[in-house]
Every structure is written in structure tokens, then in C-alpha cells.
Design a protein around this ligand. Structure first.
Ligand code: 13P
Ligand code: ZN
Length: 268
């Protein structure tokens, strides 16, 4: 009996990952191996799975993750394509276990697929959110064309400007992403500098934009992290569609935006 495939709770999480991986490809946000996903699945792990030996010798982590000791994650593989993660999640991703010291990991199932190059950023985000008492389960990174396009304009990189313009395109944008979007100045993908800059934004935001690269969203449910990015992408499309039609979109007024706060009980 396959102790992974018969684990209903775990396979429910894996099915949602496959579903979202398919959306990322369909949206055109996942060229080649663009984007990556990590989901903390520790709660679904049975004693039987805990007894599985690692398929590879322990792989050191570049940082110590004290709050992730002994945790299990499903992580997409480095170089793997979202369109194939959607169809065969265990051939294009794997379940890893962080060791008891929080400084290395093993791969426990089902194949020795090496995790994403963005693992330092993902684990930094999971670790930091635990540290501040807001455990999250999911980090989703993807390459939405419209939001990346806006990050090529200085106007959108100023503190608060991106959120203000995107919120003002459609009410749902502020309602679905009330904590706005943090901006991370360009860094080389996969680096510890990028990971450190990313977690600095998490006190204020659930969604961050890596300049000229992509978006990350943290949350409890992978479908909701996808929805948050999708909603911001819709706003970016409205903005860009208006500009292509030759006019500056008016945007909702500050009064119209503020009026949403009490009605939808939004954080300010
Ligand atoms: P990986 O294939 O290593 O996950 O890298 C994709 C990516 O988007 C890097 O930022
Ligand atoms: Zn990327």
C-alpha cells in the first residue's frame, strides 16, 4: 500500500497544488520552469510517513530555520514546469523534511526531485511567519506578465504607489488584497539577499513583487494565494488596457476606496 497516495488529507493538499499549477500555466504566468510552490504539509504526516528514510543524503540549508524543525513541505522541483506539476506532482516536486536542527533537509517522497532554487526564500518566509506567530502553510511564486510589466516603471516602485493604483482599478482589489503589495528592489533570483529583503515586507504585506521578476504570496490555502495574485493581475490588466486605448484610467477616488474599509471590515 502506498502510504502517500492513500493519505486522504495529504492528497487533498497535493490535488489543490496540481489545480493551481494548471492555472499558473493557463494564465501564461509559468513560462518554462517559471515560478515555484511550497506547502507545509506537516499536519498530514502520519507516523508511517515519519518512518520513511530520506531518498538522498542530508542536504545542508544556507540558513538555520529554528521554527521549521521537523516540518514537512511539498516543494516544486527546480527546473520543473508548472504544466507538468499539474499532471504529475510527484515527478516534478517532492516532499522534504527539515531535520531536527533546522539546518538541513532530506527528501522523503516519492522521488528524489531537487527542490526549487527559491527554497531559501520560501523557507525564510515560512520560518519568519511562524516566528511572529502567524503560521502560514503556503508560499506561491509566479511570473504574472502584467504585474512584472508594471515593475519596469519607476512610478510603480515608489512606496505604496503600486497598491494605490491597483486598488483603485476595481473594488475587489482592495477587498481581496487589503494589505497591499510590497516592492522588493531587483536581486538575483535564488539568493539569500532576495530572501532577506522578502521577509522584511511580510509584516505589512501578504503579497510582494520582486522587481522585474515576479510575485510571491503567502497564506493558508493555495487557492486563495492564487486568487490574491489573480485579482491584482486583473487590476494591472485594467490599467494597461486603458493605457493601450490611449487614456489614463481615472481610478476610484480615495473616498471611494476608504468607504470599503468599514463595509468589508478591512485592515488599514
Ligand atoms: P526554479 O525552477 O528553481 O523553481 O526557479 C524558477 C523561478 O521562478 C526562479 O525564480
Ligand atoms: Zn521566479
Amino acid at each position: 500500500m502506498n502510504i502517500i497516495r492513500t493519505n486522504v488529507a495529504l492528497m487533498h493538499e497535493i490535488d489543490k497544488i496540481s489545480e493551481v499549477a494548471g492555472y499558473l500555466w493557463e494564465k501564461g504566468w509559468a513560462e518554462r520552469n517559471g515560478g515555484n510552490i511550497s506547502v507545509n504539509v506537516t499536519e498530514c504526516i502520519t507516523n508511517e510517513i515519519k518512518s520513511l528514510p530520506s531518498l538522498v543524503p542530508a542536504i545542508p540549508l544556507p540558513l538555520q530555520f529554528d521554527y521549521l524543525r521537523g516540518n514537512y513541505f511539498y516543494v516544486t522541483g527546480t527546473g520543473k514546469r508548472m504544466r507538468y506539476v499539474a499532471k504529475a506532482p510527484f515527478e516534478h516536486g517532492s516532499i522534504i523534511r527539515i531535520n531536527d536542527e533546522g539546518n538541513a533537509y532530506g527528501i522523503v517522497a516519492e522521488n528524489p526531485v531537487m527542490p526549487t532554487s527559491e527554497l531559501p526564500s520560501h523557507l525564510s518566509m515560512h520560518n519568519y511567519m511562524r516566528e511572529i506567530g502567524k503560521g502560514i502553510q503556503v508560499v506561491l511564486h509566479t511570473h504574472p506578465t502584467d504585474l512584472i510589466a508594471l515593475s519596469h516603471s519607476k512610478k510603480f516602485l515608489e512606496e505604496g504607489a503600486m497598491a494605490r493604483i491597483l486598488w483603485s482599478m476595481i473594488p475587489e482589489s482592495r477587498i481581496v488584497v487589503p494589505r497591499g503589495i510590497g516592492i522588493i528592489p531587483y536581486e538575483i533570483p535564488g539568493t539569500l539577499e532576495l530572501a532577506a529583503a522578502t521577509i522584511r515586507q511580510l509584516d505589512k504585506h501578504d503579497v510582494v513583487l520582486w522587481e522585474k521578476h515576479g510575485v510571491l504570496c503567502v497564506g493558508d490555502d493555495i487557492v486563495e494565494t492564487f486568487d490574491a495574485i489573480d485579482t491584482l493581475s486583473k487590476s494591472a490588466q485594467i490599467y494597461l488596457t486603458a493605457r493601450q486605448a490611449g487614456f489614463d484610467p481615472q481610478g476610484m477616488t480615495d473616498e471611494q476606496l476608504d468607504a470599503l474599509v468599514p463595509v468589508f471590515n478591512l485592515p488599514v
